[in-house]
Structure formats: C-alpha cells, structure tokens
Design a protein around this ligand. Structure first.
Ligand SMILES: Nc1nc2c(ncn2[C@@H]2O[C@H](COP(=O)(O)OP(=O)(O)OP(=O)(O)O)[C@@H](O)[C@H]2O)c(=O)[nH]1
Length: 393
C-alpha cells in the first residue's frame, strides 16, 4: 500500500523518520514521499531521513521558529493561517501514486496536536485518497496539560480523518521508565507494525506474491467508516536449521509426510495470533469493542499455512464479535520469523482513551476556573483602584 506521509511536530517527525529508516532496512518501498512540519526550526533540523526540501517551518511570523510551547490552540491557529504553505508540502510529490495519506503527530504537545487535524482537513479538501492519522497519546505522568491537549486533539483528528491509528506512550513505557528515554524503542515498535501493514500486498524484492495476499483495498476496507484503531503483533523465530526457508521435521526424520510441518506452522500461526491480540496493543482497549479486523500472517511462503490463517481469522472474529475480519498472508522468503499482525478497527472502548478524556476535561475545567478567578481578581483590583481614585477627587 503506497502512502504519502506527513510528520507534524516533534513526535510526528520522529516517527516518520523511524518509518523511513524501517522501510530502508527492510528493502521495502511504500512511502512515495515524506514531508515534515514544525513551528520549531530546531526540531526540523534534528530529522534524519525526511528530505531537507520537505521540511516546512510554519507560524514563523508569530513564533520565530521557536515552537508553540505546548499551546495547541495557537498551533491550530497558525496552521490555519499558513494552510497554503502546509499544502505546498505536496507540490512535487507523486500524490496520484499514493493509495492513502498518513499524518503522524504526538497529540499531547502543541504543534502536532493543534496542526495535524488542520492539515488533515485541508488535504481532505484537495485530495480523493483516504487520510489516516497516527496519533500518539501522552502517558498519564506527562501531566494534565498534555492530556487536555490530547483529549481535544484526538476528537478533532478522528472527525477529520478516515481513521486514526492510536499509539499510547503510557502503555509502552516500562513502569518507572522515563517516557522521553523510551521514545526510540516505542517508535521502533510502532513503525514495525505500520511497516508490515503497508508492505503486505506490495510485491517484494523477490517478486513473490502470496496465495491470498492482503492488498491495499483490504486495509482501506478495514479502516472504512472511521474511528480509532489499534494494532497487535507477535512473531516466533523459526529454527536455525530452517535457514529462513525449507525447515521440515519430516525431512529431519528421514522423509515421510509433510504433516509435521503443517502442524508446526498451524501451531505457530494460531499461537502468535493469540499473543498479538492478548499481548500489548498499540492502544490498550476492549478487544470485543472493535468493529472490524484484519489479520496479516508474514513469513517464508512454505510456513504460511492457509488453514491456520483461516483459523486465526475466525478466532479474531470470535474475540471481537465482528463478522468483518479479513485475513491474508505476506510472504517474506528471506525471513526467519513467522509473524502475525492484527489490526482492530473502530474500537469503541478503551480505558486509556477514557482516562485521557477525563484528565483532559478536569484540566480544562481547572483552567477555566483559573481564568475566571484571574478575571474576578482583576475586576476587584480595578474596583479598588477606582475607589482610591474616587477618594482622591
Ligand atoms: N512515541 C513517541 N512520542 C513522542 C516522541 N517525541 C515526543 N513524543 C511525545 O509527544 C508528546 C509531546 O509532543 P511533541 O511532538 O514533542 O510536541 P510538538 O508537537 O512538537 O509541540 P510543541 O513542542 O509543544 O510545539 C509527548 O506525549 C511526548 O512523550 C517520539 O519520538 N515518540
């Protein structure tokens, strides 16, 4: 599935850079172009693989390239004001070759949180392709301001995109670990999942295509209707003797039927499917609240057992209670792993989203109270000054 990618703000740019690195490392080719936006010039300079000419500073008239300091309302305002400049990011990009657009942003800060929904809205006006967000939720210990920003931005992002892939920093930082220190490893986890999803169905270097490959229309159909999605992934390493390909228990035993191989691959695929769904999802949620699903099984073609893929698909249907779970394979002849990726679309119950929302609402209420108190005390001061002036004259 070919995508045109946009990274907004620091987290957005970092994750986009990580995806480009992952694409290079895996010899894949699904990003048709990459554009980064920021209100802070230092963050743009810090990027690695996003082409220099595709790094766009906006809002410079107002904040002189120093960032918006977590003020997402200001960022939204600046993005709206500079919307032509934002759209210029697609000038020269091969937009017609993209099946979809992807916008990456951290929802807790200022720039990405405020500007990503504005960018999505403007791209939507111009282009036909579906627009997907990749929204990073702040961990609870990153503070109430980040939760307030994220609560407001997530709703806006969902409203103006065709789907938001959510990633929860809180779920992925190990307990006691500093969130910022964990960004790099979290980005790796996120881009591995996105990379597999995007690469599946693309003809690989070897030119091999599986019997029931997942093509871009299946990803798009799984995401159709909008909402928030989560992705699970698990992989099992194949035995050394396999050499990445033709391991056969029957071969080791001196011939015989291939049923042992079949059993082994069925076991691996079904076990990894359970681990993918019941393990750590990009966004923790109630699995049975998903409306749709997609199961992608990757690995050397001889390990991609059709029966197992079907069994896994049915199991995900049972877990989600959805009758709309698609399944397919992604052949990787050189791989020494069998991996299972499960995309759960339009999830409606997530304690983490609920927590971000309620912390956000609390923080917004406290801010309004503070503003009201400040206004009242200003009134009082004015009244005192007026009294003094009255007594003078
Ligand atoms: N997963 C992940 N999260 C990140 C990364 N960088 C920042 N964040 C998170 O993003 C949120 C802060 O947003 P940033 O992207 O840094 O902020 P910004 O959009 O550049 O906005 P301002 O700096 O306020 O102008 C926090 O929740 C951070 O933990 C990253 O590389 N990976």
């Amino acid at each position: 599935m070919k995508v045109l990618c946009f990274g907004v703000g620091q987290a957005g740019g970092n994750v986009l850079d990580a995806l480009l690195r992952y694409e290079q490392r895996t010899n894949a080719d699904y990003v048709v172009d990459a554009v980064a936006y920021n209100t802070a010039s230092a963050d743009l300079r810090g990027l690695d693989l996003v082409p220099e000419e595709n790094r766009i500073l906006f809002g410079a008239d107002e904040v002189s390239g120093h960032g918006v300091g977590a003020d997402n309302e200001l960022a939204a305002e600046l993005a709206e004001r500079d919307s032509r400049q934002l759209l210029r990011g697609t000038d020269g990009a091969p937009t017609s070759t993209a099946d979809a657009f992807l916008i990456f942003a951290g929802l807790g800060g200022g720039t990405g949180s405020g500007a990503a929904p504005v960018l999505a809205k403007h791209l939507n006006r111009v282009y036909e392709q579906p627009i997907y967000g990749v929204g990073i939720l702040p961990a609870a210990d990153e503070g109430a301001l980040y939760s307030r920003n994220a609560a407001r931005s997530l709703k806006g992002f969902v409203d103006v995109t065709d789907h938001v892939f959510a990633f929860d920093n809180g779920a992925w930082a190990e307990s006691g670990e500093d969130v910022a220190a964990a960004h790099e490893s979290m980005n790796e986890e996120l881009v591995r999942r996105l990379g597999i999803l995007l690469a599946s169905g693309e003809v690989g270097e070897s030119g091999s295509v599986g019997e029931s490959v997942v093509d871009s229309s299946e990803v798009i159909n799984t995401l159709r209707g909008g909402g928030i999605s989560t992705i699970g992934y698990a992989a099992s390493e194949l035995p050394e003797s396999d050499g990445g390909g033709g391991f056969s228990i029957s071969g080791l035993l001196g011939g015989g039927s291939s049923s042992a191989d079949e059993l082994d691959s069925i076991n691996r695929i079904t076990t990894q499917t359970r681990k993918a769904v019941l393990g750590r999802l990009t966004l923790p949620c109630d699995v049975d609240s998903a409306s749709r699903g997609l199961v992608v099984v990757s690995g050397p073609p001889e390990w991609l057992n059709r029966k197992a893929i079907e069994r896994s698909r049915t199991w995900v249907e049972e877990q989600t209670g959805s009758m709309e779970v698609r399944g397919g394979d992604y052949p990787l002849p050189e791989s020494n792993h069998v991996g299972v990726l499960v995309l759960l679309g339009d999830v409606s119950r997530s304690d983490r989203v609920a927590e971000v929302r309620s912390t956000g609402v609390e923080a917004e209420r406290a801010r309004r109270q503070r503003d009201a108190d400040a206004a009242a005390s200003e009134d009082k001061t004015e009244a005192v000054v007026d009294d003094r002036l009255d007594s003078l004259f």
